[in-house]
Ligand binder design. Structure first.
Ligand SMILES: Nc1nc2c(c(=O)[nH]1)N[C@H]1C(S)=C(S)[C@@H](COP(=O)(O)O)O[C@H]1N2
Ligand SMILES: [Mo]
Length: 160
């Protein structure tokens, strides 16, 4: 088995950023302070799930990638979105304001361990403690896109 298939897989952070990043789970563990979250979420098909996660705050990791907003201006930050994709193509969006301490201040994590086991081989998992349902607990993350959404206008949604 190739060593690249275990532990060295990188999640790529790209988009409107000054410093795009490619990070292994070990990088996420070594380069940022680790938080802990005990969570319960509901799965539409499997019912309630309970897990303990550890990992850095998503906002601290993204901040290092240098989002292309004026960090001093709240209105500029509030334009930004993140799209998080798992290895199977499942993806979901977050708004920057959910994570931002001046707005939702949600302690969303990029998990490096679940229930005491490292996610080095599986890949990082998104942890959204305030979500009642599990759909955004995206596992085996391969990529995060960060950027501002164009204002939907006449060009995108012409009047019928
Ligand atoms: N990559 C990926 N992550 C995913 C999903 C998925 O289909 N693909 N399903 C989500 C849903 S709907 C739920 S409920 C949880 C299930 O988490 P569990 O495996 O701990 O039960 O994973 C979430 N993360
Ligand atoms: Mo689910």
């Amino acid at each position: 088995m190739s060593r690249l298939s275990t532990g060295l897989r990188r999640l790529v952070i790209r988009g409107q950023l000054s410093r795009p990043l490619a990070l292994t789970v070990a990088d996420l563990r070594e380069r940022w302070p680790q938080r802990r979250a005990e969570v319960v979420f509901d799965c539409a098909t499997n019912g309630p799930r309970r897990h303990t996660f550890e990992g850095p705050l998503l906002r601290e990791v993204i901040a290092e990638a240098g989002p292309a907003f004026d960090a001093r201006r709240r209105k500029d930050r509030s334009r930004f979105l993140l799209s998080v994709t798992g290895g199977d193509g499942h993806h979901a969006v977050l708004s920057w304001a959910e994570l931002d301490a001046d707005f939702g201040d949600s302690p969303i994590l990029l998990a490096t361990a679940m229930d005491g086991h490292g996610l080095d081989d599986a890949g990082s998992q998104l942890v959204v403690p305030s979500d009642r349902c599990g759909a955004r607990y995206i596992s085996a993350i391969t990529g995060i896109w960060v950027g501002a959404c164009a204002v939907p206008g006449e060009a995108e949604f012409p009047r019928g």
